[in-house]
Write a protein that binds this ligand. Structure first.
Ligand SMILES: [Zn+2]
Length: 87
């Protein structure tokens, strides 16, 4: 039963992030944070790093924080939530 709950939390986390990716791309990245996202669509630089990569770093930190909550504070949903965000 515990594994089903774990899979459910991971599935909800993954599905929520799919919605969040769509929502943030449409309304945030192409909205008030366009200044960070435009170099993803208009390649006029020679750097390996794009300002757009900050979005990936942000979600990687959020995922890592949930995994740390699992590892350090015994917050069991932290691992499936962190993996769901990571996926
Ligand atoms: Zn875009």
């Amino acid at each position: 039963m515990e594994i089903l709950l774990w899979v459910l939390v991971l599935s909800i986390s993954f599905s929520s992030m799919e919605f969040m990716a769509w929502f943030s791309h449409k309304y945030i990245m192409h909205g008030f944070l366009w200044v960070l996202h435009k170099d993803h669509h208009k390649k006029n630089h020679k750097s390996w790093f794009e300002r757009n990569d900050l979005f990936f770093i942000f979600y990687a930190i959020v995922s890592a924080v949930f995994m740390l909550m699992w590892g350090e504070y015994n917050f069991w949903p932290g691992l499936p939530i962190g993996i769901g965000i990571f996926c």
